[in-house]
Design a protein around this ligand. Structure first.
Ligand code: ZN
Length: 318
């Protein structure tokens, strides 16, 4: 399953593992890229590498980069220190070779400031735009934060930044989206580390992003900036929340859950009414099955009603 909301970052311990396999291997890999003829463009603080098959994206990403960088920096309130390399890959096979997994469309290699995007799973530019905002946010956060943050927070912040530069859903789609969120929501405690084997990975990303939207709705974008600034200064997540929004993440989660339920209460009521009617039909059917004489009576009434309706419709048609 692939979609743009699939993102993943490999963190430092894994990177060290890769480094431990030897510089020789890395050097060979770099040479191989050249031999494969990957093209690249150098821009202001960024290098964009791309396959020939996606050549047109190389130029547009290079041109879009200063704007994307400025938008990410403004949203978080910090300046990017890294000079990232962005790899635009034209085939899934090649993407996997570079370390991508089947459930991601892009990932950021933190520590090497490398962003790798599988363009074979993209068809519209705005999705690429969303992905670049998301991945660049990972790079920016790790320019300042060394500690491992829970995924619901880090991925949530990346989605929050990316979503604020994308077209949101409103009207009935937005309403149904909120209902889906309400119905499929997982507790944050289960979103400490997103797992590729987890079929609800899409839920994990959209839920984490929506949770950040909720916090910024209550405390402003600055609320999220203050939380991140505390974490940057060394606070753990609970302490950062307490110091800025005066509640633990679990308490904020409870408020959010209540707000979601409130926003979709009509649909919840309708669903309950539907479940109730189906239960009643089954209860009647059960009673009838248990009492053949009553069943015969109901069946007789049903036939009589059907015959009357048919007669009435015939009269009306004349
Ligand atoms: Zn991510």
């Amino acid at each position: 399953m692939k979609s743009t909301s699939h993102h993943f970052h490999i963190n430092i311990p894994l990177l060290l593992g890769i480094a431990a396999t030897g510089l020789f291997v890395l050097f060979q890999a770099a040479v191989a890229f050249c031999a494969e003829g990957r093209l690249f463009l150098k821009g202001d603080g960024v290098t964009v590498y791309f396959d020939d098959s996606v050549r047109h994206h190389g130029q547009s990403v290079l041109e879009a980069y200063p704007r994307i960088k400025a938008e990410v920096e403004e949203k978080i309130g910090w300046k990017l220190k890294s000079r990232p390399s962005i790899y635009l890959i034209g085939s899934e096979k090649e993407f996997r070779k570079m370390g991508g997994s089947s459930w991601t469309a892009a990932f950021a290699l933190i520590g090497r400031s490398r962003i790798v995007v599988d363009l074979s799973s993209f068809d519209r530019y705005f999705e690429l735009n969303h992905t670049l905002h998301h991945e660049l946010t990972h790079v920016l956060l790790h320019d300042y934060i060394r500690a491992k943050m829970p995924d619901w927070l880090e991925e949530g912040v990346c989605e929050w930044v990316a979503d604020s530069n994308a077209k949101g859903m409103d009207g009935i789609r937005g309403y149904l989206g909120t209902y889906a969120l309400y119905a499929n929501r997982l507790p944050l405690s289960r979103l400490q580390t997103f797992s590729g084997n987890n079929l609800s990975i899409n839920v994990a990303y959209s839920e984490s992003g929506a949770f950040m939207q909720f916090i910024s709705g209550r405390h402003g974008d600055d609320g999220i900036r203050r939380i991140l600034t505390r974490i940057r200064a060394g606070d753990d997540v609970d302490r950062a929340f307490l110091a800025t929004v005066a509640k633990t993440p679990i308490a904020v989660e409870q408020e959010w859950k209540a707000e979601l339920a409130h926003r979709v209460r009509w649909l919840i009521t309708a669903r309950e009414a539907l479940v109730e009617s189906v239960n009643r039909i089954f209860a009647i059917a059960g009673r009838l099955a248990a009492d053949p004489r009553q069943a015969a009576l109901y069946f007789g009434i049903f036939l009589l009603l059907a015959a009357s309706l048919k007669a009435i419709s015939r009269i009306l048609r004349r």
